[in-house]
Design a binder for this molecule. Structure first.
Ligand SMILES: Nc1nc2c(c(=O)[nH]1)N[C@H]1C(S)=C(S)[C@@H](COP(=O)(O)OP(=O)(O)OC[C@H]3O[C@@H](n4cnc5c(=O)[nH]c(N)nc54)[C@H](O)[C@@H]3O)O[C@H]1N2
Ligand SMILES: Nc1nc2c(c(=O)[nH]1)N[C@H]1C(S)=C(S)[C@@H](COP(=O)(O)OP(=O)(O)OC[C@H]3O[C@@H](n4cnc5c(=O)[nH]c(N)nc54)[C@H](O)[C@@H]3O)O[C@H]1N2
Ligand code: SF4
Ligand SMILES: [Mo]
Length: 701
């Protein structure tokens, strides 16, 4: 029996794994009630997480593309590593180190993310590394850095939710995306607190709300401006707090002056009366907590939208107050830690910036290299993919922990860019859609077969313990990185021992914002995780931040005056509806893992729409509908529900298709693509019925 954590989302629920043995080396998932974050509860993805163990589609041997047949064929580890290292070396000598790019993931352990960043900068010498977290909560990260001087998703433990008076969830469907967390909403309401949900769809999270606002996608910023306008007008601003703990409110005060409720109603579709009701609730409450998630953040104005909501929390004097404030619900298992230790284009470990000379000197000393040898900042995730195979762009890409073909915006274009590469290398457990395009595939261990730390949405560093041996033929990402580094004649060695790497990560992060120096595996086991920053072994860790000061140079939080611009693509006569995308309970991300778990329903994509819209285009529930945007189209069954805005449709992105539609407009600061809104047109297609029902057929652009 091993106490460990779920392989999926940022809640990182504790679970107990028992090796049941047998031919398929099955693992049994049981509750671990003592782990505080989930208290034994798991969602259905967690309960079925062992479904990939012994799966017939599990990769157990490296694959290379046969030049004669064009097919992938099995090969040995030495052959595959030699081949990749040989090609990378040749490319580097001919075209320079930036001809090789690396793409990481927020599902990788801290140890892997750290090694990947070090591998790119030291063994490859490339600046071209970024990761899928750029598509996850980068807008909140960028806003947090601007306002508070630091980016930690939640600056307080998740359970603090229960003790607040009003919880405002902006663009979070937590009842489906982190189900065990929904109990905090129930307990808050049992205590007499209120829950407010803001979403274009009345989700199961909204069903738990006391007030539900249903804005047009991409208008949360205007909503926040209107709210602050009312709070200011009613004298609800905490002037004492604003004077003592913040700077910049005067500009913000002026910037919201013109956002009277009727104007907000015209932009957002939220009735002026509903906005007034929310403003009154906030003004009369002692403690207010505002949490954003992808619904508010995945926009070309994502950073400004988060800043506008932070302004609301600051104006009410909530940030740093107990059981109140602003937080972002991160997403991937290691969404938090994955952005702290160097796989981001502009970062070095400890959340240090790569263009800061002191940071470079510190990290170079830990790595045993000269600071001048470290490259500068590279391209952000989408810009990196967009440059692949172009003149001056990278010619090779190594992917660890992302299924780009399904999850990148404007995916048809991105797939073309992957096609234009000279070399695509993917490390994965299964032949994901991206791995299926690769020239070389490395089969890697999955969560239960290796140890490593993750940092959950609260900034709590937890330990995933190895619970079973990997299948024969499979190696860890750390082995792949070390194997390549040696063959590339790296000036320094790369360990394959997670605990040893974590100790090095601690030294590299020491003195940085995300300081892990005082954390070790034994402490994590003994304390159910340790919250960063934790600079020394004697330090208790930091569950709550900002009580006395913020992480800015003068300790004061920054207000930012931001203006509403709106979505990059607005509906027009050719593309009259808003398309938004997101998640369903039973599938995880690109679906590479969960679509293969037998116990989880895998019904393909659908187009969720209001009965009024369905009537207008002449479709009934279950009938095939064609949805098209300027970038591509998809054929999928209509799901007709009264819970979505009549001018908006929703498509889940867990299957190939949704991202052929989405817009690659980027936020200027976070470089987040606008996954959450673009303009689309719908047409009914004749019902094509088979014995199993309507066929969700997918067509490309
Ligand atoms: N079941 C499941 N759970 C997951 C994941 C998964 O794939 N599946 N992934 C994990 C990861 S990586 C992440 S990032 C999190 C994401 O967690 P969430 O952010 O909760 O998930 P989403 O479904 O992407 O978006 C949330 C809601 O935003 C709404 N929305 C769309 N556009 C707008 C808008 O313009 N404004 C507002 N206010 N709302 C809008 C959508 O209708 C949706 O209900 O989930 C994590 N948990
Ligand atoms: N339209 C639309 N698109 C979106 C979003 C949206 O809301 N709408 N959300 C975005 C968000 S928030 C996110 S986080 C991304 C996520 O999208 P992806 O980056 O595609 O995430 P995953 O599906 O988790 O991909 C992980 C891949 O790595 C493999 N893998 C898992 N663990 C490991 C490991 O330890 N090592 C290695 N080498 N491989 C591993 C899995 O099998 C899988 O193939 O999608 C983004 N795309
Ligand atoms: S909520 Fe997230 S961490 Fe918890 S069991 Fe579900 S997927 Fe796993
Ligand atoms: Mo995410």
């Amino acid at each position: 029996m091993t106490n460990t954590h779920c392989p999926y989302c940022s809640l990182q629920c504790g679970m107990t794994l028992t090796a049941a043995g047998g031919a398929r080396a099955a693992l049994e998932v049981q509750a671990w009630p003592e782990f505080p974050v989930n208290e034994g509860a798991l969602c259905r993805k967690g309960w079925t997480a062992a479904g990939l163990r012994g799966h017939r589609e599990r990769l157990t041997t490296p694959l290379v593309r046969d030049l004669a047949t064009g097919e992938l064929r099995a090969t040995g580890w030495d052959e595959a590593l030699d081949l990749v290292a040989g090609q990378l070396s040749a490319m580097r000598s001919e075209h320079g180190p930036d001809s090789v790019a690396v793409f990481g993931g927020g599902g990788l352990t801290n140890e892997k993310a750290y090694q990947l960043g070090k591998f790119a900068r030291v063994a490859l010498g490339t600046s071209q590394i970024d990761y899928n977290g750029r598509w996850c909560m980068s807008s909140a990260a960028s806003a947090g850095n601007k306002a508070f001087g630091i980016d930690r998703g939640l600056p307080f433990p998740l359970a603090d939710i229960e003790q607040t008076d009003v919880l405002v969830l902006v663009g979070s469907n937590l009842a489906e995306t982190m189900p065990p967390a929904a109990r905090h909403l129930d307990r808050l309401r049992e205590r007499g607190g209120r829950v407010v949900v803001i979403d274009p769809r009345r989700t199961s999270t909204a069903d738990r709300a006391d007030q539900f606002l249903q804005p047009v996608p991409g208008t949360d910023l205007a909503l926040a401006l209107g709210l602050l306008h009312l709070l200011e007008a009613s004298g609800a601003v905490d002037e004492e707090y604003v004077a003592a703990r913040t700077v910049g409110f005067d500009d913000v005060r002026r910037s919201v002056a013109g956002w009277w409720p009727e104007r907000v109603e015209r932009v957002t579709g939220v009735a002026a009366g509903e906005l007034r009701e929310l403003a009154d609730l906030l003004a009369s409450s002692e403690r207010v907590m505002v949490l954003t998630a992808r619904g508010a953040e995945q926009h070309s104005q994502g950073t400004d939208t988060v800043l506008a909501w932070i302004n609301v929390a600051l104006a009410l004097g909530m940030c740093g107050k107990e059981h109140a404030g602003y937080g972002c619900l991160t997403g991937q298992g290691n969404g938090q830690g994955g952005r702290e230790h160097g796989q981001k284009a502009d970062q070095l470990p400890g959340y240090r910036m790569i263009d800061d000379p002191e940071a470079r000197a510190h990290v170079a000393a830990v790595w045993g290299v000269q600071p001048e040898s470290l490259p500068g900042r590279g391209r952000s995730a989408y810009e990196l993919l967009d440059a692949l195979g172009t003149t001056g762009g990278p010619k090779a890409l190594l992917v660890f922990g992302s299924n780009i073909v399904v999850s990148a915006p404007n995916a048809t274009h991105v797939t073309q860019r992957l096609n234009d590469l000279d070399l695509l290398v993917v490390a994965d457990m299964v032949l994901s859609e991206t791995a299926a395009m690769a020239d070389v595939v490395f089969p890697v261990t999955q969560w239960a077969e290796e140890s490593g730390t993750m940092t959950n949405l609260e900034g709590r560093v937890i330990l995933r313990e190895r619970a079973a041996a990997p299948p024969a033929g499979v190696r860890s990402d750390l082995d792949v990185i070390a194997g390549l580094a040696t063959r590339l004649d790296s000036p320094v060695g790369f360990s394959v021992e997670p605990e040893e790497i974590f100790a090095e990560l601690g030294r590299a992060s020491a003195g940085g914002k995300a300081d892990y120096a005082g954390i070790d595996y034994a402490r994590i086991r003994a304390e159910h995780g340790v919250f960063w920053p934790c600079p020394t072994a004697a330090h208790p860790g930091t569950p709550r931040m900002f009580a006395d000061s913020f992480a800015t140079s003068d300790g004061l939080a920054r207000f930012h005056a931001v203006g509403h611009v709106g979505a990059a693509e607005q509906p027009c006569s050719d593309y009259p509806v808003h398309l938004t995308t997101g998640r369903v309970l039973s599938q995880y991300q690109s679906g590479a893992q969960t679509r293969r778990v037998r116990e989880l329903p895998d019904n393909g994509p659908f187009v969720e729409m209001h009965p009024m819209l369905a009537d207008r285009i002449g479709v009934i529930d279950g009938q095939s509908v064609r949805i098209a945007t300027r970038r591509g189209q998809l054929l999928a069954p209509a799901r007709v529900v009264p819970t979505i805005r009549p001018d908006t449709v929703f498509v889940p992105f867990h299957w190939v298709g949704a991202n052929r539609l989405t817009n690659d407009a980027l936020d200027p600061s976070s470089r987040m693509p606008e996954f959450k809104v673009c303009a689309a047109v719908l047409t009914a297609v004749p019902v094509s019925v088979t014995t199993s029902g309507v066929v969700p057929e997918v067509v490309g652009a």
